[in-house]
Design a protein. Structure first.
Length: 406
């Protein structure tokens, strides 16, 4: 029940349920790890670290706890603990998912120590295990199939259809879709925007893809006699969820990065929506994805060559959407935000048609839950160390460089 509450965004009941569990089972490592994740989402970092550390003490093979502890408190992990972590690889009972997470944890520890060659070896090992596990489930990344998918999307949501339907859909301007690759600054963008008093944030709703079904389904539906009815029905269903608990908000964010694949549907549904396209140096963004132990099945992120291929396909599709008749798209460059936080934040808020509010500069002290991979980072003031983050690893990133430029 605690995990269900967490996924539903009900942090209060998630905390209560995990605490109840620990009252009767104080040495249940999984409950400590789960409670740590809830505290992390709430920005209570010290409490999160405390429970991750307790989970690791009780059950060292719990890979998720090891990884979360390494991500949030790498500097507190000493050589003795690192040696003990490495020794776990000889445990024949260690599951492959936990083995992968241990590699990612050791990668983070060595990254923070400046041991980049050792760190990369662990990131590589973790990704290879993850890639194998996904391929066994039939979830591997097929670059050619993904390219075909992008072409089919362009063909379905072609210029003629978009021009013909540019005045259709729901006229609301409340939705703000924050799109881009993971690790490109999407969580940062949402934190900045939602610190504005007139904005509500819904995080990664992952709803447009569900409501619109197959990629080309809505394009085909609008050509039918009852096409407008179909569009209205989907738009109403989406807005009902979007505005739940936020009826009075002037803007409401949906930070589902992969919505860049669904901007054709979004134009048909909400031609006056605001699209924020988060971008980052491709080498930094790509390697950041490779370093990340994603909770979801991002198969493309397990291979450096696939990462570059995915990035380039995203760029090509976004270039196409920018030519759409009604879509309002802002390019938000991560490096610009780091170099000029206030100026870039002002430009972002102005794009949304809102008056500037200085609270947007204090995104790191927001009390709204953050459930994404950037939950540690967005609880701190903006820092510069992520710019050029791939540089110490350049000698190992040949496949990524080749696929970015190829």
């Amino acid at each position: 029940m605690a995990a269900v509450n967490f996924k539903d965004g009900d942090m209060e009941n998630a905390l209560a349920h995990y605490r109840d569990i620990l009252e009767s089972q104080e040495n249940l490592a999984e409950a400590h790890e789960g409670l740590g994740v809830v505290y992390l989402a709430l920005g209570k970092l010290d409490e999160a670290v405390e429970h991750f550390r307790k989970a690791v003490e009780i059950k060292p093979t719990l890979g998720t706890a090891q990884y979360n502890l390494a991500t949030g408190a790498a500097d507190s992990i000493d050589d003795t603990q690192v040696t003990a972590m490495r020794a776990l690889f000889t445990d024949k009972g260690l599951s492959d998912p936990d083995r992968a997470k241990l590699h990612f944890a050791l990668g983070e520890i060595n990254h923070h120590r400046g041991n980049f060659e050792t760190a990369f070896a662990d990131f590589e090992a973790g990704n290879q295990i993850g890639k194998t596990l996904l391929e066994r489930k039939g979830l591997g990344f097929d670059a050619e199939a993904f390219d075909r998918r992008v072409l089919e999307i362009k063909f379905a949501y072609n210029a003629d259809l978009m021009a013909e339907r540019k005045d259709g859909g729901d006229p609301t301007d409340k939705p703000v879709f924050i799109v881009g690759l993971p690790r490109s600054g999407t969580t940062l963008a949402e934190q900045i925007i939602t610190n504005h008093p007139q904005v509500a944030g819904k995080g990664e709703m992952d709803l447009i893809s569900v409501l619109c079904s197959e990629d080309t389904a809505l394009a085909e539906a609008v050509a039918a006699e009852d096409g407008e009815k179909t569009v209205a029905g989907i738009a109403d269903s989406y807005l009902e969820r979007l505005t739940e608990g936020a009826v009075d908000a002037a803007r409401i964010t949906d930070k589902t990065p992969y919505n860049f694949l669904y901007l054709g549907q979004i134009q048909l549904l909400f031609p006056y929506a605001h699209i924020v396209y988060c971008r980052r140096d491709p080498l930094d963004a790509g390697f950041s994805c490779y370093r990340q132990n994603f909770t979801g099945p991002h198969a493309w992120a397990c291979d450096l060559g696939d990462i570059g291929h995915f990035q380039q396909a995203c760029e090509r599709l976004m270039a196409y959407w920018k030519e759409a008749p009604s879509l309002s798209i802002l390019d938000l460059q991560y490096e610009d935000m780091v170099a000029d936080q206030e100026g870039t934040s002002r430009r972002l808020i102005d794009f949304l048609g809102l008056e500037w509010d200085a609270a947007c500069l204090d995104f790191h002290i927001s009390d709204r839950p953050v459930l994404t991979a950037s939950n540690w980072q967005v609880r701190k003031p903006l820092y510069t160390s992520a710019v050029g983050g791939a540089k110490p690893y350049e000698e190992f990133l040949g496949d990524l460089k080749a696929s970015i430029t190829g």
